[in-house]
Ligand binder design. Structure first.
Ligand code: 5GP
Ligand code: ZN
Length: 116
C-alpha cells in the first residue's frame, strides 16, 4: 500500500517517469497541473508515498496531510488565485476516485468553471 506502485500514474509522475507541469516539489509532496482542468487553475497535490486513498490513511500520515493542506493557499497565491479556491478529495469508487493514489484537487480562478 505505501511503497511506489509500478503501475500507478501518480507514482510515475513523482518519479519523473512521465511528464507533468509541476508547481511544487519537496521531500514528501508533489503538486502539478491537472491534465484535464475543470477551472482556470486546477492542480493536484499528491504525497510521494503511494497511499491509495483517504480510506487507507493512518495516524502516521498526519504530517503529510497537514502539509498538503497548508501548501494549498501558498500554491494558489503563487498561481495568481486571489478570489478564493476549492479543495476536493475523492475517495474510492463511490467517492468518484479515478486515480488510486491519494490526491487533493485545488481549483481556482474566475468563474464560470467547466465543472465543480
Ligand atoms: P480523481 O477523479 O481520481 O479524483 O481525479 C483524477 C484526476 O487526475 C483527474 O482530474 C484527471 O484529469 C487527472 N489525471 C489523470 N491522469 C493524469 C496525468 O497523467 N497527468 C495529470 N497531470 N493529471 C492526470
Ligand atoms: Zn502511486
Amino acid at each position: 500500500m505505501n511503497s511506489a506502485d509500478p503501475h500507478c500514474i501518480f507514482c510515475k509522475i513523482v518519479a519523473g517517469q512521465i511528464p507533468a507541469k509541476k508547481v511544487h516539489e519537496d521531500d514528501a509532496i508533489v503538486a502539478f497541473h491537472d491534465i484535464n482542468p475543470w477551472a482556470p487553475v486546477h492542480i493536484l497535490l499528491v504525497p510521494k508515498q503511494h497511499i491509495v486513498s483517504m480510506a487507507d490513511v493512518r495516524p502516521e500520515h498526519q504530517d503529510v496531510l497537514g502539509r498538503m493542506m497548508v501548501l494549498v493557499p501558498q500554491l494558489m497565491r503563487g498561481l495568481g488565485v486571489t478570489d478564493g479556491f476549492r479543495q476536493v478529495i475523492n475517495t474510492g469508487r463511490d467517492g468518484g476516485q479515478e486515480v488510486m493514489h491519494l490526491h487533493m484537487h485545488a481549483f481556482g480562478g474566475p468563474r464560470p468553471w467547466k465543472r465543480g
